[in-house]
Write a protein that binds this ligand. Structure first.
Ligand SMILES: *Cc1c(COP(=O)(O)O)cnc(C)c1O
Length: 469
């Protein structure tokens, strides 16, 4: 278990010295605070060694989070670790860099000229989603009271596809909201436009559309959703709006699918979040949310912190944190520019297409996503593949070469289907992808001839193998 008191035998776990020529014979406890200080360099080495077997982050094809940044980016980030993002008054220039990022992102999402967008950085999309959801809840309540709805009769609800990321479940639990799930199925691998409006009523605070479903990489059809919502809104005082969870697609689609209308071009899309640390190309620790206009962010959610003798609004949930990731985001915008982002994403997408083709060529798998939306590829075993091994075995086998590729069941109504997914990021070059494909084929060959299959074709293995977010 993480973050818990260790088992009795672990309590006695110690580092034994000497190490690397250090002559001390001390024992250092691992789960208790040691009595004496040790040399910082020695502490560095001990921790480095602790982390040695965690695998190479670049071979981790399970995560959307960035595992590479330019050396100059790392330099500016490590030189700004001490700056506290909330101290707007002490660090007015840093505050301005954040504000430039908000402006750049609002432009990328086509914020209308005749409206006044407002936005903030966050720790990640999870915090941003909390804020987007809260704004919708507060707006709903105000409107409900205005039109005389008994707000205590039922819980308010949020409508989202069953391919939601866990932060939305947290949102609904934390703020006491009913989560209404629109199931995905074989023919609707993203939000089902035929049924979504059946889930809406006077108690709906909003609909969340996902740009890049975590499980399958598909985009929800936000344009179609906007039309459905517009038609619905003509008939009621309890108007619905759309928040787009663009954690993975928000800083990808504007460069690769610029003509796709999913953002503030759509009338009923009022807020959007993204993870700077996914296709914004920053190391984990930054997210963004922007409301199309100030009026969509209820004033109760705006607080003031002092800024150069005056006040500046803040709406993030968290207070103190380092500015370095915000600065890293600005570095990327400044250094790459539009063309740079587009080229990096295009190359990443080409690698996804290549892997998808190679996986298909084995003849064993049905491709669910070929990297056409966000650059992730996922597949399931063909019904007639006739193998004794499963995707869990394949994941296990690939781990021997250092690759981390999760296998997991699809959500809810499709949980009988197990898929495997690779997320392609900028640091998976075509050369590395070639190596991956080679290892994949070798793994299949080995499994075909294996005497012992660890997971095999049993029905019990329904859990996820590896990290699936
Ligand atoms: C990753 C992800 C999140 C959570 O984002 P963090 O930045 O990790 O907090 C939320 N929604 C979707 C669709 C995601 O892919």
């Amino acid at each position: 278990m993480l973050h818990s008191r260790p088992e009795e035998d672990q309590l006695n776990c110690v580092y034994t010295l000497p190490i690397f020529g250090d002559n001390s014979t001390d024992f250092l406890p691992k789960y208790q605070l040691g009595q004496k200080s040790i040399n910082p360099e020695l502490a560095y080495q001990l921790i480095k060694d602790d982390l040695l077997d965690e695998g190479s982050a670049r071979l981790n094809l399970a995560t959307f989070c960035q595992t590479y940044m330019e050396p100059a980016a790392v330099r500016i980030m490590s030189e700004t670790l001490e700056k506290n993002a909330i101290d707007k008054s002490e660090y007015p220039q840093t505050t301005d860099l954040e504000n430039r990022c908000v402006n750049i992102i609002a432009d990328l999402w086509n914020a209308p000229q005749d409206m006044a967008f407002i936005g903030t950085s966050t720790v990640g999309s999870s915090e941003a989603c909390m804020l987007g959801g809260l704004a919708m809840k507060f707006s709903w309540r105000k409107n409900a009271e205005k039109f005389g709805l008994n707000i205590n009769e039922k819980k308010p609800n949020l409508v989202i596809s069953s391919g939601f990321q866990v932060c939305w479940e947290k949102f609904c639990v934390y703020w006491d909201i009913e989560m209404r799930l629109v199931p995905i199925d074989e023919n609707h691998m993203s939000l089902n436009m035929d049924t979504v409006m059946d889930y809406v009523d006077d108690y709906t605070i909003g609909i969340v559309a996902i740009m890049g479903i975590t499980y399958t990489g598909k985009y929800d059809d936000v344009k179609k959703l906007d039309k459905l919502v517009e038609t619905y809104n003509q008939t009621t005082d309890f108007k619905i709006s759309i928040h787009v969870d663009a954690a993975s697609g928000g800083l990808f689609a504007p460069f690769i699918h610029p003509d796709l209308e999913w953002d503030f071009r759509l009338k009923n899309v009022i807020s959007i979040n993204t993870s700077g640390h996914k296709y914004g190309l920053v190391y984990p620790g930054v997210g963004w949310i922007i409301w199309k206009d100030k009026c969509f962010l209820p004033s109760e959610l705006i607080f003031k912190v002092s800024y150069l003798g005056g006040d500046i609004p803040t709406m993030a949930i968290n207070f103190s944190r380092s500015s370095s990731h915000i600065i890293g985001q600005y570095f990327n915008f400044l250094s790459y520019g539009y063309d740079g982002y587009r080229e990096i994403h295009q190359r990443t997408r080409n690698v996804a297409k290549y892997i998808s083709e190679e996986v298909a060529k084995t003849g064993l798998f049905e491709i669910y996503n070929d990297g056409d939306n966000i650059p992730i590829v996922c597949w399931k075993m063909k019904e007639n593949a006739d193998k004794k091994w499963t995707l869990y075995d394949l994941a296990d086998r690939l781990r021997i070469n250092g690759w981390q590729v999760p296998a997991y069941p699809l959500p809810n109504d499709m949980s009988n289907i197990v898929i495997q997914r690779v997320v392609i990021r900028q640091d998976l070059s075509l050369q590395l992808a070639g190596l991956f494909v080679e290892n994949l084929k070798e793994s299949i060959h080995t499994l075909d001839h294996a005497h012992i299959i660890i997971y095999g074709n049993t029905d019990e293995k329904k859990g996820a193998f590896g990290f699936t977010h």
